[in-house]
Ligand binder design. Structure first.
Ligand SMILES: Cc1ncc(COP(=O)(O)O)c(C=O)c1O
Length: 366
């Protein structure tokens, strides 16, 4: 009998008996689009990340787009970003009409390095987009020092990093703009959804207008004047209700990602032929997936896949896409990362037996 497959990603939803009642109540409650549930979700999610200034969104990409606009990014500006991410990070920059300027990554974890960012800044730069790749926090202290030197806002893409901490604090309040995604396979899903946490509460009214056609919904509809382009990016009460129930259940889910990650850190260290990723001393990852490096990465990937263990590179380097062709330039740190990196399952669905099986397969060699 072939062994039980271990996927790289799995949707977590609260138990049916916990979700079904509140969800049906909201669905048939007369208000299904943005209303009290969306507001309650913003409030409770803000408490969870330690930042009260939260806006809910239809998806994380929408939250990133609005973050860029609130940061003052305009068509023709440059945003320093990473090519080692899911496409939405950089698509949001394109949606804002700006150009990506690739900064190089630290080859030990795939996150932008402060040195890489400093080298990519030009007079046209208006913001710095930082992704905590795979749930490993980037070196925020060093990055903020570069940003401060140039007077640039940092936008954190925390799509992979809910529950990660830096300097003892949950990600969510370290930078002027912090985005989360609640897409299906993230640590916490609302089916689709996103949030933007900002450090300056004075930006919230504009953020609310940008996510709803430029209209101030606090005013009577016939009194609201539209003076800017806005989008239909709001979170609705149905997905917010899913998020509210998720918040009651998600802590042990994220704790299991962390526990599995730390277990792999210990168990995989010292196995000849592989190295786990490394990070800043202040970072505490939330291990959306586990990142390791191997000289014969393709051989290891094949062996794991043969044994039913999903292992892959997950994302294509974004600098290969024709859309970003004009930004291409040498990125030796990314080349080094990309040549040896492999991601393996680490999430809440990986039980003790599964992780032993993964470690044993790697120990056997390939
Ligand atoms: C790194 C990263 N940024 C942004 C996003 C966009 O999030 P969403 O799908 O919620 O728009 C995703 C995932 O989809 C992602 O992996």
């Amino acid at each position: 009998m072939s062994p039980r497959p271990i996927p790289l990603f799995k949707v977590f939803l609260p138990p049916r008996e916990a979700l079904a009642g509140p969800l049906l109540d909201t669905l048939y409650g007369g208000q299904i689009t943005e209303g009290p549930k969306a507001a309650e979700f913003e409030h409770r999610f803000g408490a969870a990340i330690g930042n009260a200034n939260v806006l809910g969104f239809y998806c994380g990409t929408a939250a990133l787009h609005v973050a860029l606009l609130l940061a003052g990014v305009q068509p023709g500006d440059e945003v320093v970003s990473t090519a080692m991410t899911a496409e939405p990070t950089n698509m949001a920059i394109a949606q804002a009409g700006a150009r990506v300027a690739w900064a190089d990554v630290d080859p030990v974890n795939g996150n932008l390095s402060a040195e890489g960012i400093a080298a990519a800044i030009t007079p046209a730069t208006k913001a710095i987009m930082v992704v905590h790749y795979g749930g490993i926090p980037a070196a925020l202290d060093a990055i903020h020092a570069v940003a401060a030197r140039h007077g640039l806002p940092v936008i954190e893409d925390c799509a992979h990093a809910l529950g990660a901490r830096y300097g003892g604090k949950p990600l969510g309040s370290h930078s002027p703009f912090v985005m989360f995604s609640f897409q299906a396979i993230k640590h916490m899903t609302t089916v689709d959804g996103g949030a933007l946490a900002v450090s300056d509460p004075a930006l919230l009214p504009k953020g609310r207008r940008l996510r709803w056609f430029g209209i101030d919904r606090a005013l009577p509809r016939l009194e609201a004047e539209v003076a800017e382009v806005g989008w239909k990016y709001h979170m609705n009460d149905v997905t917010a209700q899913i998020g509210l129930v998720q918040l009651d259940h998600i802590e042990p889910v994220i704790a299991r990602h962390r526990d599995n990650g730390r277990w792999f850190d210990r168990e995989l260290a010292g196995i000849p032929g592989i190295e786990p990723a490394r990070w800043d001393a202040k970072a505490e990852p939330s291990y959306w997936f586990y990142t390791l490096f191997a000289d014969d990465r393709d051989g290891l990937m094949r062996r794991l896949n043969e044994r039913g263990i999903a292992a892959s590179l997950i994302h294509r380097r974004n600098d290969e896409h024709p859309l970003f062709a004009a930004a291409r330039h040498a990125l030796p740190g990314l080349d080094a990362f990309h040549a040896r990196v492999l991601h393996i399952p680490c999430g809440w669905w990986v039980d003790d037996e599964d992780r032993e099986r993964i470690a044993a397969t790697i120990r056997e060699g390939w």
